[in-house]
Design a protein around this ligand. Sequence first.
Ligand SMILES: [Fe+2]
Ligand SMILES: [Fe+2]
Length: 163
Amino acid sequence: MVNFISPEMNDLMNKQIVEELRSAYIYLGMAAWADREGLKGLANFMRTHAEQEEYVHAMKFVDYILEAGGKVEYGTIEKISTDWQDVETVLKEAISHEEHITSKIKDLMDLAKEKKEYYAYELLDWFNEEQMEEENLFTDLYDAYRLSGKNLLMWDRNITHPD
Ligand SMILES: [Fe+2]
Ligand SMILES: [Fe+2]
């Protein structure tokens, strides 16, 4: 078996798997809330995002660890909320959650540079670019909400996820 991954990188990537699956969990929680509120567009967007983006992100780290000869571990994901105050709170939380993930990716990039793990760095560079897309995606959703004059029906029925 090859050994292309340092113990530190292996550990931080395992933690990032939890971060990505937790992202999926958070968005599923938001989808559950949106469903109860009759916001079908938002519910669909959040569920699609969890399944087609966040779950896939987690698996990219799983695949990398396996390919690099590391050990995959699945840590604990704590209970998340399915109770939200309103659309504004949900959207602002999604944006700040993505900012949090971006900072985690940057920590991984810093470690990759420090350890000279340039193959890992290449993967992380993809994630860094992906985070710019994700922050834009949620910011656009919030902007559309604001620009609709906070007309929930009009805004919700026009939501599409670029999957
Ligand atoms: Fe992600
Ligand atoms: Fe994300």
